[in-house]
Design a protein around this ligand. Structure first.
Ligand code: ADP
Ligand code: MG
Length: 412
């Protein structure tokens, strides 16, 4: 019994180990097919080496990988597993083949129904949910068994206890390991992103400072020169032009390099109403130019302290990206929705533009990542940096060809 338990435990650990060794550092690039395949191997191994109780009953842990794949992967991923399970079960044959088939079908239909909700839970919630589901599954399985046998004697209760504890116990351990891996990957990504932002932030601060000074000095002298009486009208025109260009350069410096540290004279404690109104008005001409409609709603009474310029720039960057994503779409609409939810300021920016693949989403916010011919790839970097500074988080929901939603949560 103990050997079988160890052996089965090793089967269950097998996909986790393979994932950790080969795919962990490319978590975004891995193919879910590989995980499904590994789970299929685990499942078959579990069926091949079942627990044989002295009283003659047999049970195995095939439903542990099955349920986990059903919960994380939904119908699409668990279907191949279901097919493999049944082919293998038919191949083994013997008593209970039909029951196994019916039972697997019921799980196939019921468990993935819950997948979407499951994925929205937090780490702890997922462990608990998976445990409860494995508990219910085993309960269901054993009630069918007792019904079919027509008995519920002492032996049956021993079996029940054994099957329950093993199944549920292995499920808990397995889920804790999986969640731990997911948390580690997420933490590492967050640290890397934060590190990256720090470097850029510092660089931006010094560069923008260094460039702004000469710009100010030059523009000052040009203004003085402009007052000279000996200059011709044409020469004055040149100076006007130079001044305009200098102003533009200054604007670019402050726009693109504004992800420097928050500046104390820009800090406000407010509900973002002024900023969102201001940025909406700024973006309107740009939207009209690209034939995009803007639907705006503001409903927030929570206050937060933030750098006014940075928040404005951050919103503009997001709006611009949304509009740019829709410039080839007929009837594009940008939905901007700012509201409050449980002491959080929520900013939702939704477009029905080109959308992004998972891979593209994971590249967002990396310096100079841009798919546009004239893009800088600094916009999203600035967005992430600003939201990071107010301790907020950004959730990206996007589908290629359908559109993108950015949901920003800022705790107050
Ligand atoms: P840029 O806009 O200069 O390209 P950003 O940092 O603002 O740089 O955006 C980086 C990339 O992210 C864009 O080139 C685009 O591919 C992608 N992106 C950002 N927002 C969206 C969106 N709303 N819809 C589709 N793709 C987007
Ligand atoms: Mg942009």
């Amino acid at each position: 019994m103990f050997e079988t338990l160890l052996l089965n435990f090793m089967f269950i650990l097998f996909p986790i180990l393979i994932f950790l060794i080969f795919f962990e550092n490319r978590a975004y690039a891995y193919n879910s097919k590989i995980l499904v395949l590994l789970s299929a191997v685990t499942m078959c191994l579990c069926i091949a080496k079942p627990f044989k109780l002295d009283i003659g009953f047999i049970f195995d842990l095939r439903y542990v990988p099955f349920i986990i794949v059903a919960l994380f992967g939904g119908y699409k991923n668990v279907l191949p597993l279901y097919i493999i399970l049944n082919i293998y079960r038919f191949y083994v044959g013997g008593e209970g083949t039909l029951q196994s088939f019916i039972f697997a079908t019921i799980i196939l239909i019921l468990v993935p129904l819950y997948s979407k909700k499951f994925l929205k839970l937090d780490s702890k919630g997922r462990v608990i949910a998976a445990t409860v589901i494995s508990f219910l599954t085993m309960g269901f399985y054993l009630s069918i068994l007792s019904f079919a046998q027509g008995t519920s004697n002492r032996e049956f209760w021993i079996l029940t206890l054994n099957a329950f504890t093993t199944h549920v116990g292995v499920m808990i351990i397995n889920m804790i390991l999986i969640e731990k891996i997911i948390t580690n990957i997420k933490n590492r990504d967050r640290i890397m992103q934060s590190e990256r932002l720090n470097v850029v932030s510092e660089l931006a601060a010094s560069v923008s400072h260094e460039i702004r000074n000469p710009l100010t000095v030059t523009s000052g002298f040009l203004q003085l020169l402009n007052k000279s009486k000996t200059m011709t009208q044409e020469e004055k025109g040149f100076i006007e032009l130079s001044l305009q260009e200098l102003q533009r350069a200054e604007k670019i410096v402050s726009d693109y390099l504004s992800f420097a540290k928050p500046q104390s004279d820009n800090m406000v404690y407010s509900n973002m109403e002024a900023e969102s109104e201001y940025t909406k008005n700024i973006i309107m001409p740009f939207a009209t130019m690209h034939k995009v409609e803007v639907q705006f709603s503001f409903n927030n009474s929570l206050n937060k302290s933030y750098d006014r310029n940075q928040i404005q720039q951050c919103l503009i960057n997001l709006y611009k990206n949304g509009i740019e994503a829709m410039k080839d779409t007929e009837g594009g609409t940008l939905f901007i929705d700012i509201f409050e939810k449980k002491q959080n300021i929520m900013i939702s920016i939704k477009d029905n533009g080109v959308g992004m693949t998972k891979d593209e989403i994971s590249r967002l916010g990396k310096p100079y990542y841009s798919t546009k011919a004239e893009g800088t790839g600094l916009g999203m970097l600035m967005v992430y940096s600003t939201i990071d500074k107010v301790k907020g988080s950004i959730e990206v929901d996007s589908e290629k060809g359908k559109g993108t939603t950015f949901l920003i949560t800022i705790p107050t």
